[in-house]
Structure formats: structure tokens, C-alpha cells
Design a protein around this ligand. Structure first.
Ligand code: GUN
Length: 289
């Protein structure tokens, strides 16, 4: 069993991006600039946005964080997005999800200029991605593709089971892995809460992407020997330690890992690769402009 080390891979790619930024700046180009909007006090969202800001600093990007209280109106948020859309210094914008219940997430996503939508959530970018056209691709699935690529994992003709059908991970992941290219060319099955006999699907899978958000859902007896297992889950569960919680994936690691050819750990697997994709999308947005 080998670990797919997202942290080490992300560090390597960060140094590649930092070198590229140096070259751009020394040639008189503009420093890439990412803006993030955080609404409310959700602990996990604050942590993720903090990681994104730190990653920007590490590669030499500018970053701006706009923090708003959970009580802001949808109209106020839309007007702030409009300001960023029109700000020529800002190349990319992310609005950290989830948003408070009274704000329509889809309306917010669609308010972002697709050219600055470095999360790849806008329907224009999703549509282009599905057609295989140049676009911003949702950061988590794109990071997983990059990780498979960097570890030279053969995907062509493999049976891939994706557990979870979210717009952010499951759906784009299924699309990317079935596209005609490498990594890709998989035979993809999407499983979800209504899937019957899930285990029959997972036992037939060469590659499993667990992205349903249920801690330790995938057990050892659901995985065949030699499978590649990608764990997208990251849930905070209460623990008797300093922070008061520990991070748990969607995979019961101790049971599943011994059966795998490759597996991503939590933390240090998919999470750091998600941030890399965001940086890459921001660099691309900056170059496009
Ligand atoms: N919430 C969970 N994952 C993400 C992400 O990739 N981007 C944003 N904006 N919010 C998220």
C-alpha cells in the first residue's frame, strides 16, 4: 500500500507556481490576486479560507479576504460581488460555501464573473468543463486528477466508483474521469444515497472516490484488493484534545488502507491538492486577463 501524499505533492507544485510568479513579476507582469468572501463564523470555513490565504502568500500571490456577518442580506452580498467583478486588480473570486440559509447559493455563484470564477462553480464553467473546453474546473476534482497524474496512476479502462453526487465534487469528478484523456478514460459509476447494493459496485471498482460526507463510511469489506481509494471527506468529530475535534475522512482508513494499492490520508491527501487547483486557476485567470 502506498500513500498518495497530497501535502508533499502540493508543496512541490507550490514551488513550481512560485517560480512562475517570480518570472511574471520580473518581466513586469501583474501579481495574481485572489479575493475570498467569508460570510458568518463557521469554524471549518474559517480554517479553509485561512489555508487558502496562507497558500497565496507562499506562492507570491496577493490575497484579499472580505469577512461579513451571517446577518448580511443577499442583495448586499451580490453588490459586493459586483464590485469585485469590476475591480481590475482582482483576478479571481471565491465565495466560501456554505452560506447562511437565507442566502440563495446558486444566485450568488451565478453573480460571479465566469472569468473570475476560480472555484469553477458558475454554470458557464461547468458547461465548458462538461464539453471538454478550456474552463475553470472545480478545485477538489481537479486536484484529484492532478494527484493521480503526478503518481502515474493508470486510469484508462478502469472501473471507477464515485460515492456522492454533489455539484462541487461528485458530478465534476465523474465527468473528468470519463473524459477522453489521461488521467481519464474510466468507466464511471456514480453512487448515492438511493443506490441499491452499493457494496456490489464498490467491490467491482478499481478506483473509488468517497465524497459523500459521512465519516468512515467506506469499510474494508467494501473494497477489493489493489484498489485506489481517494478520500474526499473531511468532517470534524469531537475529540478529547486541545482543539476539541479531530478530522475524519469518509473512509475507515485502518480497515481500507491495507487492501489498497494507493490511498489518500485525511488530513494531508485531497485537501492540500484542492488548494493547489485554486492557485492554478487563479494564475490562469490572471494570465487570461
Ligand atoms: N466549501 C467546501 N468546499 C469549497 C470550495 O472548494 N470552494 C468554496 N468556495 N467553498 C467550499
Amino acid at each position: 500500500m502506498k500513500i498518495l501524499d497530497g501535502k508533499a505533492t502540493a508543496d512541490l507544485i507550490k514551488s513550481e507556481i512560485a517560480r512562475e510568479v517570480e518570472l511574471i513579476v520580473s518581466a513586469g507582469g501583474k501579481i495574481p490576486h485572489l479575493a475570498a468572501i467569508l460570510v458568518g463564523e463557521d469554524g471549518a470555513s474559517q480554517t479553509y479560507v485561512g489555508h487558502k490565504e496562507r497558500a497565496c502568500a507562499q506562492v507570491g500571490f496577493k490575497s484579499t479576504l472580505l469577512r461579513f456577518s451571517a446577518e448580511i442580506t443577499e442583495d448586499f452580498l451580490l453588490s459586493e460581488i459586483e464590485k469585485i467583478n469590476n475591480n481590475p486588480d482582482i483576478d479571481g473570486l471565491i465565495v466560501q460555501l456554505p452560506l447562511p440559509k437565507h442566502i440563495d447559493e446558486q444566485r450568488v455563484i451565478e453573480a460571479i464573473d465566469p472569468k473570475k470564477d476560480v472555484d469553477g462553480f458558475h454554470p458557464v464553467n461547468v458547461g465548458k468543463m462538461v464539453l471538454g473546453l478550456p474552463s475553470f474546473v472545480s478545485a477538489t476534482p481537479w486536484g484529484i486528477i492532478e494527484l493521480l497524474d503526478r503518481y502515474n496512476i493508470e486510469t484508462s479502462g478502469k472501473n471507477c466508483v464515485i460515492i456522492g453526487r454533489s455539484n462541487i465534487v461528485g458530478k465534476p469528478m465523474a465527468n473528468l474521469l470519463s473524459q477522453k484523456r489521461s488521467p481519464g478514460d474510466c468507466t464511471v459509476t456514480i453512487c448515492h444515497s438511493r443506490t441499491k447494493e452499493l457494496k456490489e459496485h464498490t467491490l467491482n471498482a478499481d478506483i473509488i472516490v468517497a465524497a459523500l460526507g459521512v465519516p468512515e463510511f467506506l469499510k474494508g469489506d467494501m473494497v477489493k484488493e489493489g484498489a485506489v481509494v481517494i478520500d474526499v471527506g473531511i468532517t470534524r468529530v469531537k475529540a478529547d484534545n486541545k482543539s476539541g475535534f479531530r478530522l475524519v475522512g469518509d473512509v475507515l482508513y485502518d480497515e481500507v488502507a491495507p487492501k489498497c494499492s494507493f490511498i489518500t490520508p485525511v488530513p494531508g491527501g485531497v485537501g492540500p491538492m484542492t488548494i493547489i487547483s485554486l492557485l492554478k486557476n487563479t494564475l490562469k485567470a490572471s494570465k487570461n486577463r
